[in-house]
Design a protein around this ligand. Structure first.
Ligand code: ATP
Length: 542
């Protein structure tokens, strides 16, 4: 794509030779005129520079863009700007205009500088060489003095080198004619290059006697804005977006619609101590631990099939790799005719569609994640495996692991079972159902044939839970009884219980943790890696 040439003849028409042939004062005059003219121009074509060298007749081709030019001074067509990721040899010899970060800057003598420009994970090498009518030595020096991660606008011509360019995603170069700094970066607390390094690379270097910087998790999170710029993080959050997209699209295609339930609630949604309490205009209130109660109430409002994507707050005291104090819940609730298997019939195809889509449409992102955090692609079956809790317990028993048949599985036994399931059935994604009633929330429907079990299920990826689901109790008397049995003050949930008194359809649903899905699909070791700005018991900022 071509860009308009500079409209500033007084600056660009002067070659270096011309300049040397005119008197010093004339050159000064021309340069001053160039600055003046440049100020009239738009940043897109030839931004006026703040700190131009008045001795340089080509001064208008580079410099800092004054703030006023970036204050929405002129609205103009920006369709001629090219994305770095779109720079291919099809654009050879064409003039392009790009914006990105100066990822690396390298001067070669005083006549040449290289800048690798990065935009949304794509990188291109830009070459700044002294040219009679466009690039001066001062410009080369200016470019060499840019700071890493500054945002720059570059205008130049695309060239295709005969040899492979190492270290950039794009296999073309931009021969720079103009370069302006839009926002200058201060000294970086962490280098993006260091933050993007894999442990494998660090270990390899160590064996070769070289010590490379390892950026630890806390430093990353303290400087999250920089950390987010790594290719792996660019991938992780695009994958996360795709998980949300597929969840939404799939459910809508199955006749569900999206709701938004309140996050400020009286009483707790799940019971237990893990609630963030707050003062609601003098009333005791808390942040919702899940949309559980309200999504069921929406079912009583005849919404039939619904889902929600929203924040969930848990005042977790545990410092684990998979718990956050705020996460994004993907929640579903639906009427059922006969059996909670109708809910599992949604879970299986939904997640298979999601995994298929991630593998197909996020291949580049997954590759970027795997480059820094190597992992094997998730193994899953087209038809999702279902095992009963009893069958799971039996498998563990046969493998020599004793568990309480009416208790819950702990992290370790869940992992072990995941391993056994993988060996026996060849899948890392499966459903375990008919859990003991004692380990499920009060609103879970007991089994018809044995009240020690419940019509509930958990879903696992790589041996870790990503979903809890169940048929819910829709009978208010039984609901009250169950809540009381679990020590819940029914007064605090009376509006919820009352909603089942006016005819309530049998229903069920499930809740998924978005960050967990991404963490486990990508085989990552910590949920903080898949939360944009994680909130855990010790972290409330940035
Ligand atoms: P866990 O046993 O792992 O603590 P849970 O049984 O408390 O989870 P539910 O209350 O059933 O989980 O929530 C449903 C889903 O929400 C979980 O399967 C998980 O994916 C996610 N989830 C639950 N708690 C957290 C948390 N503290 N941080 C991140 N995700 C969570």
């Amino acid at each position: 794509m071509s860009t308009p040439e500079s409209q500033n003849p007084s600056a660009s028409d002067l070659t270096t030779d011309d300049a040397s042939s005119v008197s010093k004062s004339a050159a000064k005059k021309a340069a001053k005129k160039a600055v003046k003219e440049a100020k009239k121009e738009t940043p897109a074509a030839a931004a006026p520079s703040l700190a131009v060298d008045e001795q340089d007749p080509l001064a208008s081709n580079y410099g800092e863009v004054p703030l006023v030019e970036l204050q929405s001074k002129t609205a103009e067509d920006v369709s001629h700007w090219t994305e770095v990721g779109h720079l291919t040899n099809a654009l050879e010899n064409q003039s392009v205009l790009i914006r990105g970060r100066a990822q690396t800057i390298r001067a070669v003598g005083n006549k040449m500088s290289f800048v690798v420009v990065r935009e949304r994970g794509f990188t291109v090498q830009c070459v700044v060489t002294v040219q009679p009518d466009t690039v001066s030595c001062q410009m080369v020096k200016y470019v060499a003095g840019l700071s890493r991660e500054s945002i720059i606008d570059v205008e130049g011509v695309v060239s295709v080198p005969s040899v492979e360019i190492k270290g950039t995603t794009q296999q073309v170069e931009v021969q720079v004619r103009k370069l302006y700094c839009v926002s200058r970066a201060a000294v970086l607390p962490i280098n993006i290059e260091d933050a993007a390094r894999s442990d494998v690379e660090i270990e390899k270097a160590l064996q070769a006697g070289e010590t490379l910087v390892r950026v630890n998790q806390d430093t990353r999170l303290n400087n999250r804005v920089l950390d987010l710029r790594t290719p792996a993080n660019q991938g992780i959050f695009r994958i996360q977006s795709q998980v949300g997209n597929i969840f939404r699209q799939f459910l809508i295609s199955e006749g569900f619609f999206e709701i938004h339930s309140p996050k400020l609630i009286a009483g707790s949604s799940e019971g237990g101590a893990a609630v963030f309490k707050l003062n609601y205009k003098g009333q005791e209130a808390c942040l919702a631990q899940s949309p559980q109660l309200h999504k069921q109430m929406a079912i009583c409002g005849d919404f039939g099939r619904i889902f929600e994507i929203g924040p969930v707050f848990r005042a977790e005291d545990s410092f684990t790799h998979r718990h956050l104090c705020e996460f994004t819940g993907l929640d579903v609730e639906m009427e059922i005719k006969r059996h909670y298997s109708e809910v599992m019939d949604v879970v299986g195809p939904l997640f298979v569609a999601m995994f298929d889509s991630l593998n197909k449409n996020c291949a580049k992102e997954l590759e970027a994640v795997a480059r820094q955090y190597p992992f094997q692609p998730l193994m899953y079956l087209p038809e999702t495996l279902r095992l009963t809790f009893e069958e799971g317990v039996q498998m563990l028993k046969e493998a020599g692991v004793e568990v309480d048949p009416f208790g819950d599985l702990n992290t370790e036994t869940e992992r072990k079972l995941g391993q056994l399931v993988l060996e026996k059935y060849g899948t890392e994604f499966y459903i375990l159902h008919r859990y003991p009633l004692a380990v499920r929330p009060f609103y879970t429907m007991p089994c018809h044939d044995n009240p020690a079990y419940s019509n509930s299920f958990d879903v696992f990826i790589r041996g870790e839970e990503i979903i809890s689901g169940a048929q819910r109790v829709h009978v208010p008397e039984l609901l009250t009884e169950r809540a009381q049995a679990l020590g819940i003050d029914v007064k605090t949930i009376s509006t919820y219980i009352d909603s089942f008194r006016y005819g309530a359809p049998p229903h069920g649903g499930f809740g998924v943790g978005l960050e967990r899905v991404v963490m486990l699909f990508c085989g990552l070791n910590n949920i903080r890696k898949t939360s944009l700005f994680p909130r855990d018991p010790l972290r409330l900022a940035p």
